[in-house]
Design a protein around this ligand. Structure first.
Ligand SMILES: [Zn+2]
Length: 437
């Protein structure tokens, strides 16, 4: 279980479910007693109308509660965080130990330099065998920096998978991070977004039933000259407040699903340029397509060569990433992979599968999946040999735009990488050259 690191956030998160529960009990009491029993059955003698309303009300209430609990459990126990790098594990254990030793019962305040003195020390691990690095270059395409290295999180001390972002509340990288939601007790991201959409949708319908019933009750009482019911006015206020909120959240979330964006992506969707490492035939030189298409590109070959010095950390001020030329055996050469480093235009989304494809990637493949919070989103298991997430048509368009050569059939498949990994491990054991990190 990953909790928010700020104590005030943790307390708000703990208290909100009780506040919601209070509102729910009040609305249900007002609806059943004041609207259905007193108004429809006793005053108007319309038992069938009261029964129909009760069925609809409790139908949406049950669906709303069911999706809420599913969402709450996923957010608490499977928020989709990426693993910490070995250095971060070590640093955070030290932090914990220091706090314990110094008897700090009082939690460290946010912004306290002492609390974060380990957080920003780590620069991208220059070790070619860095844990997790192979997961990137064994794909055909991944998000990279200008130098072709995958993105790095200096807090988690680990490589950042495509579409993951660092959440400062959890102090962890979260896959397809969307937003921190105190209403549901944590971070909404890849693993929970589907359930979040379903929850806000059912909450909106539940509130709509309450709003319409309360408004009808109040209108009838006013028209007949009878005094209005204060409890029903209170219920109208509560359901209208949450109803509007749920409507806004449903509309926004459905929009994100259809565009295959997250809240974080959307903030810079129009201006963001994605940089991608796209696999090309082994040994492809840089800018091969530049002459014809006017688009230049650099290339990078993985596994990376060993740095000049494995004991010296790269200086934060310098971008020194020069490497020694090891004598590479012909067999090793056959196991290398070359990537062209290309850019999208501003606002292009490499994962856009079209509205229906985007919808299915989050909400599921059929109407049962769309309506019930049972199965996880298909995009959670979309990782394959090609990419972390299913790529949209832009991927092939980029290949054509940069005139990238196709990968020959004899380079496809992962056999050569397995072979190389075995050799490297063997060499590392034999010569002791593997980094201790
Ligand atoms: Zn992180």
């Amino acid at each position: 279980m990953v909790s928010a690191r700020r104590p005030e956030t943790r307390w708000v998160t703990r208290l909100i479910p009780f506040a919601l529960l209070g509102c729910l009990f009040f609305s249900t009491y007002a609806f059943v007693k004041h609207i259905c029993i007193d108004f429809f059955i006793h005053s108007r003698h319309e038992s069938s109308a009261a029964t129909a309303l009760l069925v609809v009300y409790f139908f949406f209430l049950v669906l709303m509660l069911f999706t809420y609990f599913r969402l709450f459990l996923v957010v608490q126990f499977n928020p989709g965080v990426l693993p910490l790098g070995p250095l971060a594990v070590e640093q955070r254990a030290k932090q914990k130990e220091e706090r314990r030793k110094s008897g700090m019962c009082v939690r460290l305040r946010e912004g306290d330099l002492e609390a974060h003195r380990y957080d920003t020390y780590s620069w991208p691990d220059p070790n070619p065998d860095s844990p997790g690095l192979e997961a990137f270059y064994s794909k055909d395409v991944f998000v990279c920096h200008t130098d072709g290295w995958p993105r790095w999180c200096s807090s988690c001390c680990n490589w950042k998978q495509d579409r993951a972002h660092h959440c400062s509340e959890l102090n962890r990288c979260v896959k397809k991070m969307d937003h921190y939601c105190p209403w549901v007790g944590g971070m909404v991201g890849e693993t929970s977004f589907k359930f979040f959409v379903q929850f806000t949708f059912y909450a909106m319908l539940y509130c709509a039933v309450g709003i319409v019933s309360a408004a009808f009750n109040l209108r009838t009482l006013i028209m007949s000259g009878a005094g209005v019911d204060g409890v029903v006015i209170g219920m109208l206020g509560v359901t209208a407040f949450f109803g509007l909120f749920a409507f806004a959240m449903t509309a926004t979330s459905v929009r994100y699903v259809c565009l295959n964006l997250t809240n974080v992506d959307y903030l810079k969707a129009k201006t963001l340029v994605h940089q991608l490492a796209v696999r090309v035939p082994r040994g492809t030189p840089p800018s091969i397509g530049g002459i014809a298409s006017g688009l230049d590109y650099q290339v990078i070959t993985y596994p990376l060569s060993r740095p000049k010095s494995e004991v010296t950390e790269p200086s934060p001020q310098s971008s020194d990433r020069t490497f020694i030329n090891e004598s590479v055996s012909p067999r090793d050469l056959l196991a290398t992979r070359t990537f062209a480093i290309v850019k999208t235009e501003k606002g292009e989304n490499p994962w856009d599968l079209g509205v229906y494809g985007n919808w299915k990637s989050v909400m599921g493949n059929n109407i049962i999946d769309w309506l019930l919070p049972l199965k996880p989103s298909p995009c959670e298991s979309a990782e394959n040999n090609e990419s972390f997430y299913q790529m949209g048509p832009l991927y092939q368009q980029l290949r054509s735009r940069y005139n990238l050569p196709d990968i020959p059939t004899n380079e496809k498949g992962g056999v050569e990488l397995d072979e190389l990994e075995k050799q490297r491990k063997h060499q590392g054991r034999g010569t002791g050259t593997r980094s201790s990190r």
